[in-house]
Ligand binder design. Structure first.
Ligand SMILES: NC(=O)c1ccc[n+]([C@@H]2O[C@H](COP(=O)([O-])OP(=O)(O)OC[C@H]3O[C@@H](n4cnc5c(N)ncnc54)[C@H](O)[C@@H]3O)[C@@H](O)[C@H]2O)c1
Length: 341
C-alpha cells in the first residue's frame, strides 16, 4: 500500500486528494498547505488525513512514500527535489518546472535515488486522446498535415505564470504525443493586457519534420470557453472538442489537387465532402486514470507516458516559445531537434 501525500490544496490539489483516496493500491496519509485556511477547509472534508502546514515537517514525518505537488509552478523544482533526495516518488503538476535545467536536474535526482518522477500532463491519460492516437497510428487519417488547438476562456487569470506556461502545456503535450516527436522550431507571439509582463493571450507555431505543423491559441481573455483540437490528415480529419458530449468526430473530408499541369483548364481541384462519425469512447475520469498511472509506475515499475523526460520535452517547447515571445515572435530552434517522443 503506497502512502500518498498531497502538497498544495488550492484550486487543483483537493481534486488530487479525492482521486487518490478512491484508488485501491494507495492511501492518502498526509496533505500540506502553508495557507491555514485552505488546510482547514480540506481537513473538514477529509478528517482522517494528517494535515501539515509546513512542507519540511511533512518530509521529516516519514508519513509518505509518494508526494503529489500541486503548488504554483515556481515552487515545483524546490519541493520536488527535496522529496526525490529522500527517495520519495514524486508526481508534479504541469509544467514539471520553470526551466529546462530544473527539469534535467529533477530527472537526474530521480535516477540517482531510484524514485519515480511523474508529471501531470492529464490529457495523455484521457480516453479521447488515446482514441485520436489510435486514429493517427492506424493510418485512418492518412499523413498528418497539421494539428491546431484552441484553449480559451474568460480567466481564471494567474499572476505567477503567463497563459503560455499555464494553459499551453496541455496542448503541447498532446501534439508531441500525437505526432510522436519534438518540433524542430517554435515561434510565439502574445500580449499582456491585464498584468504587465504576464501574457494573457498567446499564439504558438510549432514546426515539425516532414512538412507538418502545430498551431496553439491560448487565452484568459476570451468570451467563450473552448477546448478544441483539430487533426488534419490527407485522408480524413478529426476534431476533439472536450466540451462536447461526442468528444471526437471524424470527417471523411479532403482536397485532391491534380498532378502539375501547365494548362489552367486542366487544373481541377477535387473536394471530398464525405460523411462524419463519432467513434465510441469508453469514458473515464482522466484525473483518476492519471493518478492510477502514477501508482502503477511505482508498484508495477511501468514507465508512464508522462515521465520526467516527457515533462522535460514540454518545458523545452515552453522555453523556446518564451524566448520567441520576448524577442519579436521569430522561430527558435530547439536544441534536441526531432527527438522522438
Ligand atoms: N491538470 C490540470 O488540469 C490542472 C488544473 C489546474 C491547475 N493545475 C496545476 O496545479 C498546480 C496548482 O495550481 P492551482 O490552480 O491549484 O494553484 P493555487 O494557487 O490555487 O493553489 C496552490 C496552493 O499551493 C499552496 N502552496 C504554495 N507553496 C507552498 C509550499 N511551499 N508548501 C505548501 N503549500 C504551498 C498555496 O498556499 C495554495 O493553496 C499548478 O502547477 C497548475 O498548473 C493543473
Amino acid at each position: 500500500m503506497i502512502r500518498v501525500g498531497v502538497v498544495g490544496l488550492g484550486y487543483w490539489g483537493p481534486n488530487l486528494v479525492r482521486c487518490f483516496s478512491e484508488l485501491a493500491d494507495c492511501k492518502v496519509t498526509a496533505f500540506c498547505d502553508q495557507n491555514i485556511d485552505r488546510l482547514l477547509m480540506v481537513k473538514n472534508r477529509f478528517p482522517a488525513i494528517q494535515p501539515f502546514d509546513n512542507y519540511d515537517q511533512l518530509l521529516a514525518s516519514n508519513a509518505v512514500d509518494a508526494l503529489v505537488i500541486a503548488t504554483p509552478t515556481a515552487t515545483h523544482f524546490q519541493l520536488a527535489s527535496k522529496a526525490l533526495k529522500q527517495g520519495i516518488h514524486v508526481f508534479v503538476e504541469k509544467p514539471l518546472a520553470r526551466t529546462v535545467e530544473e527539469c534535467q536536474q529533477l530527472i537526474e535526482l530521480s535516477d540517482a535515488h531510484q524514485a519515480t518522477l511523474f508529471v501531470g500532463h492529464i490529457f495523455l491519460h484521457s480516453s479521447p486522446v488515446a482514441k485520436l492516437k489510435e486514429l493517427i497510428d492506424s493510418g485512418e487519417l492518412g499523413n498528418i498535415n497539421y494539428i491546431s488547438s484552441r484553449r480559451l476562456n474568460l480567466g481564471p487569470v494567474r499572476k505567477d505564470v503567463s497563459c503560455l506556461y499555464d494553459l499551453a502545456p496541455h496542448d503541447i503535450s498532446m501534439m508531441l504525443y500525437l505526432l510522436g516527436e519534438q518540433p524542430v522550431s517554435v515561434g510565439c507571439s502574445g500580449l499582456a493586457h491585464l498584468n504587465e509582463g504576464v501574457h494573457d493571450v498567446c499564439n504558438l507555431n510549432l514546426t515539425f519534420r516532414n512538412n507538418r505543423m502545430g498551431m496553439i491559441h491560448v487565452s484568459w481573455l476570451d468570451p467563450r470557453k473552448e477546448r478544441v483540437l483539430t487533426v488534419v490528415g490527407d485522408r480524413k480529419m478529426a476534431v476533439y472538442d472536450d466540451l462536447d458530449q461526442e468528444k471526437i468526430k471524424v470527417f471523411d473530408k479532403g482536397v485532391k489537387t491534380p498532378a502539375h499541369s501547365s494548362n489552367y483548364a486542366e487544373f481541377q481541384i477535387a473536394y471530398r465532402y464525405g460523411g462524419s462519425y463519432s467513434p465510441f469512447i469508453q469514458e473515464r475520469e482522466p484525473l483518476k486514470s492519471e493518478c492510477e498511472a502514477f501508482i502503477n509506475s511505482i508498484t508495477k515499475g511501468q514507465v508512464p507516458l508522462t515521465d520526467g523526460r516527457n515533462g522535460l520535452q514540454v518545458v523545452e517547447v515552453l522555453d523556446a516559445a518564451e524566448k520567441s515571445l520576448f524577442n519579436g515572435g521569430g522561430q527558435i530552434r530547439l536544441n534536441s531537434v526531432a527527438v522522438e517522443c
